[in-house]
Design a protein around this ligand. Structure first.
Ligand code: COS
Length: 379
């Protein structure tokens, strides 16, 4: 395996870094305070090719691999985990589901708009009462003529309110039948489809989260993604890839927390010297740096496998589990190193900690990653 960043990765890293410094960093604390999802910033990222990163150019995407995708998220995470999460959810989940499982007509219809940022994408698996146990979902679709009638609710949906299109997983068969769930494309404005913003989140507050409500929503057969009944397995595959993006975001948040810690530790003096000179602080930095490197290696290993169409179920879970826990640890250590200042919004540490925590929960908790890994080990 080549450990050097390829030319495209170097280019995308520089572009995202410049963009994040100019168009995200100056505003991100206001967005965080106000729980404001900056749709215009998303659109700008669409213009830069960041919203259809692995979508082929034939469908209006950038045609990059998971190497460039992971690299972009690492750079976004260094600055703002909330914006990084939105980019990850848009690319991996909604866009990814249509790209990997849609038919030609659906790809032509939706991918160019999702890639350009004209459309913002959402994806719904989780429900108010089914999180880790996704299979037990209660939202149903019943066939009526050439249409499907959907009733129920989905919870914790990124871009649930601002999204123009949402891919949702819905029961079309018996409870607990792994072939009884189907994926549907829901379009904004369909009668009976509404959303309510979820407020007062702990972190990733610039990323919009909502509950989706389906009250007799009529969806045409042409909006069914792939085969009826195959939605659960599609969703698991989509999440296998999505977990690599969350791992990459974790690497970025951890690195942002680490860089802020190094800067502070070199400037802050106590007992007559910079605190970086004390082993108590220097060893924290050494641990952070080591674990960030390990997270990046696991993430790029999973990306390599994804690029080469090898299974990523276990390797994506390795990367997501390890990297998200490292991000929380680095956010926590950054607050500790900055002491009282780290505990305030004046310094960046507390936001890294708050944003990182979502990564051990969303797209499968750390406990679910351990379940996925251990099942693979003993199967
Ligand atoms: N790729 C393809 N198929 C998969 C798969 C994968 N990664 N994982 C499971 N499947 C298939 C299984 O092979 C099985 O097929 P058969 O019934 O034909 O044998 C089917 O899906 C059901 O799998 P399983 O029996 O493992 O289902 P469980 O109900 O035990 O659930 C977990 C499996 C817990 C792993 C799954 O529900 C999960 O990932 N939960 C977390 C959900 C999540 O991440 N939510 C976050 C939402 S995004 S914010």
């Amino acid at each position: 395996m080549n450990f050097e960043k390829n030319e495209n990765q170097q280019m995308i890293a520089q572009m995202v870094r410049d963009f994040a410094e100019k168009e995200i960093r100056p505003y991100m604390m206001d967005w965080d305070r106000d729980e404001h999802f900056p749709v215009e910033t998303m659109k700008r990222m669409g213009e830069l090719g960041l919203l259809g990163i692995f979508v082929p150019e034939a469908y209006g995407g950038s045609g990059f691999t998971y190497f460039e995708y992971a690299t972009a998220l690492m750079e976004l995470g260094r600055v703002c985990g909330g914006i990084g999460l939105s980019v990850a959810a848009h690319n991996s989940l909604c866009t990814g589901h249509i790209y990997y499982h849609g038919n030609e007509e659906q790809k032509q219809r939706f991918l160019p708009k999702l890639s350009s940022g004209e459309f913002i994408g959402a994806w719904g698996l989780t429900e108010p009462n089914t999180g880790s146990d996704a299979m037990r979902m209660k939202t149903t679709a019943v066939k009526e003529g050439n249409d499907w009638i959907i009733n129920g609710a989905k919870n914790w949906i990124t871009h649930g309110l601002s999204g123009d299109v949402a891919v949702v997983l819905v029961r079309t068969g018996e409870l607990l039948d792994s072939n009884g769930i189907t994926a549907f494309i829901i379009e904004k404005g369909m009668p009976g489809f509404s959303a309510v913003k979820i407020k007062d989140k702990f972190g990733v507050r610039a990323s919009e989260t909502a509950e989706l409500i389906f009250d007799n929503v009529r969806v045409p057969q042409e909006n069914v993604l792939g085969e009826v009944g195959q939605g659960f397995k599609q969703a698991m595959q989509v999440l296998d890839g999505g977990r690599i993006s969350i791992a990459a975001l974790g690497c970025g948040i951890a690195r942002g927390a680490f860089e802020a810690s190094v800067k502070y530790a070199k400037e802050r003096e106590q007992f007559g010297q910079a605190i970086a000179g004390f082993q108590a602080i220097a060893f924290k930095l050494a641990d952070m740096a080591t674990e960030i490197e390990a997270s990046e290696l696991l993430t790029f290993q999973a990306a390599y496998r994804k690029n080469n169409k090898l299974s990523v179920t276990k390797e994506g879970a390795f990367a997501k589990y390890f990297s998200s826990e490292v991000a929380v640890k680095c956010g926590n250590e950054a607050v500790q190193i900055m002491g009282g200042y780290g505990y305030t919004r004046e310094y960046p540490a507390e936001k890294f900690l708050r944003d990182s925590k979502l990564l051990t929960i969303g797209e499968g908790t750390s406990e679910i990653q351990k379940l996925v890994i251990s099942r693979d080990l003993i199967k």
